[in-house]
Ligand binder design. Structure first.
Ligand code: GYE
Length: 335
């Protein structure tokens, strides 16, 4: 995996791709303006994870709008959270000879073969949102996205405040709703959270149950209902995204408990529905993860196409929010 603490800059010696796509497909979009400088529009192939969450919808909109704004021809496909769909989308972009391929890998492993095919055709690959594990770092140019390990650490830190505010004393039984198994944000958010827990709360905090809810509301609801059956005395829920947290709230209410009071809840993302649940007192704190990556991605794509040097990891800036900030912040939320 990309060493996320490493801010190496990578020289990007990338040749331009050979020709544009033969024909337009349904999911192609372009604007009437041309890309910077040249007469030919830059052609970007983008493989999206899916449409599993509010974060993902905001990310998709941001990518589409920014590509239009930049005057690129965007070839977009939704992989419905299946790696094989992403691999075939990437293969089709290679065959079409797009200028740059960007994708948000659903899981971290299993990409080397297709990335080697792109390299052989001299098509540069930019990762966005999520990273990959690869033995050959030359297989992608850069990652535009968040520091998920830090988000996990921030979740643990904000939980300290939440517990204090709630006047919670004694041991803390934590349930964790993990994101998609094998996905960078699931692995790294769990890792960052555990790091703080092991260092500062080895004696009082314990993760009593932890399972994937696949980043969806339905998953969060179903898994939380099972958690409550096996562990009715859970004090805290740490959900790797708002959507799973919102699903879990439904399960908690169905079990006759009060989310945000009987069970304290910390989630990640900061989508509008998360803020609404927080302003209703049902989520206690949210660690923000910004999905509006489109404009930064388009800038990087242009640089990569032009053979310019870009940073190995272009990080997103984010904040944390406690419940008492929710009402004031809600009207300012952009996604
Ligand atoms: O937190 C979740 C989405 O990769 C950061 O994927 C993204 C995560 C986000 O489904 O809601």
């Amino acid at each position: 995996m990309l060493n996320r603490r490493n801010f190496l800059t990578a020289a990007v010696g990338v040749a331009a791709a050979t020709g544009l796509a033969a024909c337009a497909k349904e999911d192609d979009s372009s604007s009437s303006t041309s890309g910077s400088g040249g007469s030919k529009k830059l052609v970007l192939g983008f493989s999206q994870v899916g449409s599993e969450s509010g974060w993902r919808s905001a990310n998709t909109d941001s990518v589409k709008e920014a590509a239009k704004e930049a005057g690129y021809t965007l070839k977009f496909s939704d992989a419905q959270q299946k790696q094989e769909n992403q691999i075939s989308a990437i293969r089709s972009y290679i065959t079409q000879g797009v200028d740059v391929i960007a994708f948000s890998p659903v899981v971290v492993t299993g990409w080397d073969a297709v990335l080697k095919e792109a390299k052989a055709k001299k098509i540069p690959v930019v990762l966005t949102d999520r990273s990959v594990e690869t033995s050959d770092e030359s297989l992608f140019v850069t990652l535009v996205g968040s520091d998920f390990t830090d988000e996990g650490r921030r979740a643990a830190k904000i939980l300290e405040k939440v517990l204090e505010k709630a006047g919670h004393k004694g041991p803390v039984k934590i349930a964790q709703l993990e994101g998609t198994t094998g996905a960078a944000p699931a692995i790294e958010r769990a890792k960052g959270f555990k790091e703080v827990m092991d260092a500062d709360h080895a004696d009082d905090w314990k993760i009593v149950v932890s399972q994937t809810g696949d980043f969806t509301r339905a998953g969060g609801k179903q898994v939380m209902a099972a958690f409550l059956q096996s562990n009715p005395d859970i004090d805290v829920l740490f959900a790797h995204n708002d959507d799973m947290g919102i699903g879990a709230i439904q399960a908690i209410e169905a079990a006759g408990k009060k989310p945000g009071k009987d069970i304290l809840i910390v989630t990640v993302d900061g989508v509008k529905d998360g803020f609404i649940a927080m302003s209703e007192g049902k989520i206690n704190a949210i660690v923000e993860c910004n999905p509006l990556l489109g404009p930064q991605l388009m800038e990087v794509v242009q640089k990569v196409k032009d053979g310019e040097t870009v940073e190995r990891w272009i990080k997103t800036k984010e904040s944390d929010f406690m419940q008492d900030q929710a009402k004031a912040a809600l009207p300012t939320r952009k996604y």
